[in-house]
Write a protein that binds this ligand. Structure first.
Ligand code: ZN
Length: 244
C-alpha cells in the first residue's frame, strides 16, 4: 500500500493541487491528511471541497477547530486571528460541518495520525525531548504528525533513551527499521516554515517499509495574489515566499 501524506494545507489551493498532482503521478493508493485544511490562505472552501472528494483519512487541526468554533480565535496571535475570522465568515455550512466532525486522531494499518502530538493534539513537537513523549506513547512503529510546518523525523531505538532527529528541508527517505519507533512530519503543503518555500508531502510505502519526503515547487505568486485580493494580512503572502 502506498499512502500520500499531506498536512497543514492552510487554504492554499495552488499548493494543494500541485501536491495532489505529484502524489497521483507517484501512484499512491490512498491519502492521509494530518489536519489544518484551512486558516491563513484565501481558498478555504475550495480546499475543503477537494479534500472531501479524495479517498482520504483526515484528522482535524487546531485551525480547523477554530474556524468553526466562535471564541477559539482568542488562542491565536493577531494576524492568525484575522485569518480565522475571515475563514469563518466565508466557509459554507457543509464545509464547516465537514471540518467540525473530523476526528482528532486516527490509526490506519497501525500507522498513528495526530496533528500536534500523540499526548496533546495542540502541542508542538519542536525538540527531541517533545518527540520523546509521543514516541513513548506510540503503539506501532510509525506515527505521522504535523502542526510545526517542518519536514523532519525522529527515531527511537529499543535501547536508546533519547531520539535521533533528521531535518528533511530538501526532502529525504526514512527507512522503517525493526524494533525502532518513527515519528515523521511531511512538512506543510500550504505554508512551509523551515526556510524552503516548496510544499512538503510524503509517501508511505508499507511494502518497501519506507517514507519518502518530497518538496514540490508551485506558483507561489498566484497564492500570494489570492491572499492580497482577499484582503488578508499581507504578511501571510510574504511568508510563503520566504518559507517561514
Ligand atoms: Zn498548521
Amino acid at each position: 500500500m502506498r499512502y500520500g501524506v499531506i498536512s497543514d494545507i492552510h487554504s492554499n489551493l495552488v499548493a494543494l493541487e500541485r501536491v495532489l498532482a505529484y502524489l497521483t503521478k507517484m501512484r499512491v493508493d490512498r491519502y492521509l491528511c494530518l489536519g489544518d485544511i484551512v486558516g491563513y490562505g484565501a481558498r478555504p472552501n475550495e480546499c475543503c471541497e477537494l479534500m472531501r472528494k479524495l479517498d482520504c483519512v483526515c484528522i482535524r487541526g487546531n485551525h480547523d477547530t477554530a474556524a468553526c468554533t466562535p471564541g477559539k480565535e482568542r488562542w491565536f496571535n493577531a494576524h492568525a486571528r484575522i485569518c480565522i475570522m475571515w475563514t469563518r465568515q466565508i466557509l459554507t455550512e457543509e464545509n464547516c460541518e465537514y471540518l467540525r466532525t473530523l476526528p482528532q486522531t486516527e490509526v490506519v494499518q497501525e500507522i498513528q495520525l495526530c496533528h500536534g502530538s500523540l499526548t496533546e493534539p495542540d502541542a508542538y513537537i519542536r525538540t527531541a525531548g517533545d518527540a520523546l513523549l509521543s514516541l513513548k506513547a506510540m503503539t506501532g512503529a510509525l506515527c505521522l504528525f504535523g502542526h510545526t510546518h517542518y519536514a523532519e523525523w525522529y527515531t527511537l531505538t529499543e535501547r536508546a533513551t533519547y531520539p535521533s532527529h533528521y531535518r528533511a528541508i530538501a526532502g529525504g527517505t526514512l527507512t522503517l527499521e525493526k524494533n525502532v519507533k518513527h515519528m515523521l512530519n511531511p512538512g506543510a503543503v500550504g505554508q512551509p516554515r523551515d526556510g524552503n518555500s516548496q510544499a512538503g508531502c510524503a509517501i508511505v510505502d508499507t511494502e518497501a517499509r519506507t517514507v519518502e519526503i518530497a518538496r514540490i515547487g508551485y506558483d507561489i505568486d498566484v497564492a500570494q495574489e489570492q491572499i492580497r485580493s482577499a484582503g488578508l494580512p499581507p504578511s501571510m503572502a510574504a511568508r510563503l515566499l520566504a518559507g517561514i
